[in-house]
Design a protein around this ligand. Structure first.
Ligand code: LLP
Length: 427
């Protein structure tokens, strides 16, 4: 469900024609629907209303402050993976007691920052990190609440780059070593063991792997309680998939029912870290056709957005729907939608049956709200594009388009190179 729809062959976001925004702000741009964001958060969070829980939006999927602020206002927390994400979340007004921190490579400075902030808990991912967290906590006189992120060795049946809960992945502590590591953590003065956590992968389209992981975690929690380690929180991570093309993932209610059935009556507080399922279909990328280029092989539509703006197609060969902002009823062609970057891997879509486009036509790249802007870069010295939120009949720029000065901010040329340049000029 989302609020991007056609009225008389013209694409609208809520009540605003997409073409009006593009005309006003230029292209490319990311466009989010406030109503969709809000609804997706509420549907996910509401699905667990019968259970003690906390929804910690996984902000790596979209870290714009306006979006974080919206979820914070709806009672959400966030899942962070870096000091930078913590900074953003706090600036957006997220309650520290609703922040959980995962990641295999947490730096000392970031651990210290999060400890001083008083976040809810750290999801610790290695034996060394347990010791490091304890050391930092003792040094600054704090207690670090922690969960161990366990790797339950469950196949999430998703793209290998985004599967995380298999033995061969770098994430978490092997569930078979967890008891031992929990005992170590429980014996350390700087630590307060409060939870068990896992995240098995992203874009899952079945509930089975989640249930398999939960079954293993339940057993672990029983074993921990048997040795006197009290567990209050169970974090099941994120990973629920969305429809990009033909996928039919379980909806949040179905996912919640499966979790509740497997968990049974429980005094645990559940934590979820959804990202994609909340923002994925709440955002689109608007781009303009620069050139159309028929070759003997196929038709190319060269657009002004590129792999630096949306890298998912290049990186994972992932599918995003391509829709003209105005349906004009032209003849159908098979086309590749490509960007201006100097790489053959720079494409947004391949071999699409769609209506013929002309230069200056606008195109919407669908389902781009998750891992779109947040993974963008300035490759080929292309300034980062703007982000816009629509609410009803109004729209708001929530991130300015960057300019050329932004591109070189922080760079400097050492004196010796300047001298050389003088010499060149003198010579
Ligand atoms: N929790 C942890 C610890 C994670 O590592 C992730 C995602 C999530 C939660 C949120 O997962 P989600 O609900 O969004 O599936 N760039 C890739 C996705 C990478 C996912 C990384 N971890 C993509 O564009 O598909």
């Amino acid at each position: 469900m989302h609020h991007f729809h056609y009225i008389k062959n013209e694409l609208f976001c809520e009540e605003v024609p997409v073409a009006t925004i593009a005309q006003e702000l230029g292209t490319p741009l990311y466009l989010y629907s406030h109503a969709t964001l809000k609804q997706h958060f509420k549907v996910f969070d509401g699905a667990f209303s019968g259970m003690k829980h906390l929804t910690c939006f996984s902000m790596k999927s979209n870290s714009n402050m306006a979006i974080l602020r919206l979820f914070a206002m709806l009672g959400g927390g966030v899942d962070i993976v870096s000091g930078g994400e913590l900074y953003r979340a706090l600036k957006a007004g997220v309650e520290p007691t609703r922040i959980v921190y995962s990641g295999v490579g947490k730096e000392v400075a970031a651990l210290e920052y999060a400890l001083k902030t008083g976040i809810l808990m750290f999801n610790v991912e290695s034996a060394q990190e347990i010791l490091k967290l304890n050391e930092v906590a003792e040094r600054i006189g704090k207690k670090a609440r922690l969960a161990i992120r366990v790797n339950p060795d469950v196949d999430p049946k998703t793209h290998p780059y985004i599967s995380t809960g298999l033995k061969e992945n770098k994430f978490g502590i092997d569930i078979n070593d967890a008891l031992e590591q929990y005992s170590v953590a429980a014996s350390l003065n700087g630590l307060d063991v409060v939870g068990v956590s896992c995240h098995i992968g992203s874009q899952l389209t079945e509930v089975g792997p989640f249930v398999d992981a939960l079954r293993k975690l339940k057993k672990l929690i029983e074993d921990l309680r048997d040795i006197g380690i009290r567990i209050d929180y169970l974090n099941l991570g994120g990973g629920l998939g969305i429809t990009y093309e033909m996928e039919a993932p379980p909806d949040p209610e179905e996912y919640a029912r499966a979790i509740q059935t497997e968990l049974g009556a429980s005094d645990l507080t559940l934590i979820f870290e959804p990202g994609r399922v909340i923002v994925g279909n709440a955002g689109i990328l608007i781009t303009k056709v620069l050139y159309t280029k028929p070759t003997k092989e196929k038709m190319f539509f060269v657009v002004d957005a590129a792999m630096n703006d949306l890298m998912r197609p290049s990186l994972y060969n992932s599918y995003h729907g391509i829709q003209p902002v105005k349906n004009r009823g032209r003849e159908k062609v098979k086309a590749d939608i490509v960007g201006p970057i100097c790489e053959s891997g720079d494409f947004l879509a391949k071999g699409r049956d769609m209506e013929m486009l002309e230069p200056d036509d606008l195109v919407a790249v669908m389902s781009a709200g998750a891992y779109g802007f947040s993974m963008s870069s300035t490759y080929n010295s292309r300034p980062k594009i703007c982000e816009v939120m629509v609410k009803g009949d109004r729209y708001f720029t929530i991130r300015d388009r960057e300019n050329f000065e932004d591109l070189i901010r922080g760079e400097s040329i050492p004196d010796f190179l300047m001298e050389d340049q003088n010499k060149v000029q003198e010579g």
